[in-house]
Design a protein around this ligand. Structure first.
Ligand SMILES: [Zn+2]
Ligand SMILES: [Zn+2]
Length: 191
């Protein structure tokens, strides 16, 4: 009898590990971020993934996470600094960068996330230029859902250009081409 209960417990643990999906995602503003943007992301993450979101009070961006130039922030440093055991979407209105190569140590990005992991960061900075507010919010939404997708284990999608997991490679054109949608190949990996 004892042996049976042991097996049952083991099965249960394995099952919980496989299904370790977030129930709550914490939205963490870094520096000043408009409340309207935070509320918008909270609603759209719930709508797309079904996860509840809790908006945390802002943390000030510190110089530790500045990029080499001292004028922008390094996304990788932000992820390391604020890496969390809870699921956290960090958001800043400052410009964030990622090392592309030795020649381009500070390539401006929209967001970056661990794959898999629990922490990602997005920036509003490059999404705002010459665009209506509605379009800007749509872009912000897509970038947030893309980075959370990385946290859930999704790699970049080469299956369908309209899928939000397609690599933007820093071009806003690709973000605008996407729908608020994952192709079935991507959905099947995280369902
Ligand atoms: Zn990506
Ligand atoms: Zn896809």
């Amino acid at each position: 009898m004892k042996k049976i209960s042991f097996i049952v417990v083991l099965l249960f643990l394995t099952f919980s590990f496989v299904n370790a999906k977030p129930k709550t995602i914490y939205i963490q503003p870094l520096g000043d971020v408009k409340q309207e943007y935070l509320d918008y992301i909270k609603t759209s993450v719930k709508k797309f993934y079904g996860y509840d979101c809790v908006i945390k009070s802002k943390l000030n961006l510190i110089t530790d996470v500045l990029a080499g130039s001292g004028t922008r922030y390094e996304a990788g440093k932000i992820l390391k600094k604020y890496n969390s055991k809870e699921n956290v979407l960090l958001i800043t209105e400052k410009d964030i960068t990622h090392r592309k190569s030795n020649d381009i140590p500070e390539w401006g990005v929209f967001g970056l996330g661990f794959r898999p992991g629990k922490t990602c960061v997005i920036s509003t900075f490059r999404l705002k230029k010459n665009v209506s507010k509605a379009k800007f919010l749509e872009r912000l939404n897509k970038v947030a859902l893309h980075e959370i997708g990385h946290n859930l284990g999704l790699d970049h999608c080469t299956n369908d250009k309209e899928c939000m997991m397609t690599s933007a490679s820093g071009t806003i054109k690709q973000v605008d081409r996407e729908k608020i949608w994952f192709c079935s190949k991507c959905w099947n990996q995280i369902r």
